[in-house]
Ligand binder design. Structure first.
Ligand SMILES: Nc1nc2c(c(=O)[nH]1)N[C@H]1C(S)=C(S)[C@@H](COP(=O)(O)O)O[C@H]1N2
Ligand SMILES: [Mo]
Length: 211
């Protein structure tokens, strides 16, 4: 399937679904409303899985911070390591429990770059041209990380290796696979799916899928 086809279809679907009113009732179940459990690990992307050799990889952290940095693979791995197990919820209705991610906690990156008080949002860009955005507050949760490992092994390319962002409490499109840069901004800037009708807040527990 071509790249356009997949993106166009998902976009049409988002438009269709956005017309429907949904009550914002917070689920108390582990499985958010409208989701079903999957045991496999589906791959969702734009049809491009960029090959980024580790000696060419870098993560740029920039914008409204005291200490902007560009980390190479070695420098990134010199940061304190973090491991966390979380559930994964894709807006296309599948959820996967108990994903064991390892990498660097987002709060470690915050300590390193020191966002200025004006920074209220975060904008992520990826090696495949993808982008997404979150409120800074959403990234300050203790389960948010830039992951390089899944289930004790390096993240396979199809799941966003060398490094991807994981924001477990939001729908999974808020976590950039193949992440390349993280920018702290004062004014929210919509990412790839956010400009195409997906919710900006993306809370699985209130079925908050479309804007
Ligand atoms: N760079 C990039 N990150 C991305 C995407 C993408 O297309 N490109 N898709 C998002 C979506 S919609 C989902 S559900 C998850 C899918 O992750 P997976 O392929 O590991 O299941 O990655 C998110 N991050
Ligand atoms: Mo998704």
């Amino acid at each position: 399937m071509g790249n356009d086809t997949l993106t166009d279809r998902k976009e049409r679907w988002a438009r269709k679904m956005s017309g429907k009113e949904r009550p914002a009732v917070r689920s108390t179940d582990r499985l958010p409303p409208g989701q079903h459990l999957t045991t496999g690990f589906p791959v969702l992307d734009l049809g491009i899985q960029p090959v980024v050799p580790l000696d060419k990889w870098s993560l740029e952290i920039k914008g409204l911070v005291e200490n902007p940095v560009t980390l190479n693979w070695e420098q990134f791995h010199a940061l304190p390591r973090f491991e966390d197990t979380s559930d994964f919820h894709c807006v296309t209705t599948w959820s996967k429990y108990d994903c064991r991610w390892s990498g660097v906690a987002f709060f470690t990156l915050l300590e390193l770059v020191k966002p200025r008080p004006e920074a209220k949002f975060v904008y992520f860009e990826s090696y495949d041209g993808y982008s997404t955005n979150t409120a800074l507050e959403a990234c300050m949760d203790d389960d948010v990380l830039v992951a390089t490992g899944f289930d004790g092994k390096p993240i396979p390319k199809e799941h966003g290796g060398p490094a991807r962002v994981i924001v477990p409490k939001l729908y999974a499109w808020k976590g950039a696979k193949f992440v390349r840069s993280i920018e702290f901004v004062a004014v929210d800037r919509l990412g790839f799916w956010e400009v195409r009708g997906y919710s900006n807040t993306a809370d699985p527990w209130t079925d908050d899928r479309f804007s």
